[in-house]
Design a protein around this ligand. Sequence first.
Ligand SMILES: [Zn+2]
Length: 407
Amino acid sequence: MPYGRCLGIAIIWGFVGITAAQEIRNPLPSQLEVSSDFSGGAAEFQRIDQKQRLIRLVPPRPEGRGWVVWWYFKATGIQPGETITVEVGNGPWSTPLQAACSTDNRHWTQTDAGEMRGEFMVYRHRVDGDTAWFAWGPPFTVEDAQQLVDEADNRLACAAAFELCKSREGRPTPALVIQQPGVDDDHRWGIWIQARQHAWESGSSWVCRGVVDWLTSDDPRAEAFRKSAKVYIVPVMDVDNVAVGAGGKEQKPHDHNRDWSDAPHFHAVAAAQEHIRRENAAGRFDMFVDLHNPAPNTKEPFFFLAPADMISAPRRANIDRFLAMCRLEMTGPLKFTGQTYESGPRYDDAWSRISKNWVTVNTRDHVVALTLETAWNTPYSTPEGYSAVGRQLAMAIERYFRESPRR
Ligand SMILES: [Zn+2]
């Protein structure tokens, strides 16, 4: 693997000079060893202090792979019950108030709030195990995406896992389509939901997971909705940068969410466009939702909309109605209170190549296309908190489609 996975193992011995007699009275703690050589792993280790039980790192800087934000590593040699100190540098985007931690690499909680010391955020965490994983946020790897779509496929006959495409580096991009026999195709709502056009925004894949969990659940609302909708879901769009633990945003030549042109660079964007164009041409496309994580100071979910002058009257009415449904359903703990922003020329020079803007221009004028930004720097920015946002988003979608958006 080219980047982020070859940082190797660092071992630095402590207690140099201790006498044999002292050793017997105070046995040496086991050596802390650290590694990021696994799927999604990323760390540039600067210091491992065996005596202070301290690990210092910064996110790695893989050339051309976008923002330097994401970090995720494993530590072994921990004495169960001891407190490990993790120091992370590189500024506020890399250093959440609380970092994610796990003793099994599956169930993620948060550390206590970190404290800034100089240029480093210092997290202290008592580990009840001999191994721990620490990360910027709860990781969601390409393998997790595959497992999510495979589990849905196994659980429900009407859910089918498929490969959206092979990425530019040859990795499969897992996707899912859900449609239960019920209404005929012409009266079925067409919906596209995707996450992780920006690889570091792992929380958006957990939101996506919440969407899938609800849509495939036995909630009678979900069961009824599956009979009247065809929902495409892509939990990770930028599989290459997620796999190597790179940031992805503003990668070379540009990132996935500046790639929605007539000649996309990324295969996932091209494949998504093809599906959306086909459904739209058949009169069977109604909604597009792109899932992201925003800036560190954001505390609530909000939506980005296309610029007002691009939005027709029918589209505007539908967006307003959908946002009203989101206010009803997205009740927290990460709550949608109605906040929206435009991403137009004043937001970004490449605004016309942002996904929902492309969808707005290239679909029928009743179609709702928006970006959901879910706050990552809160005590609720956990798998449970993110999944709740996804479930509530899915319920808002179901409620919206109780009334036809088509004119
Ligand atoms: Zn983003």
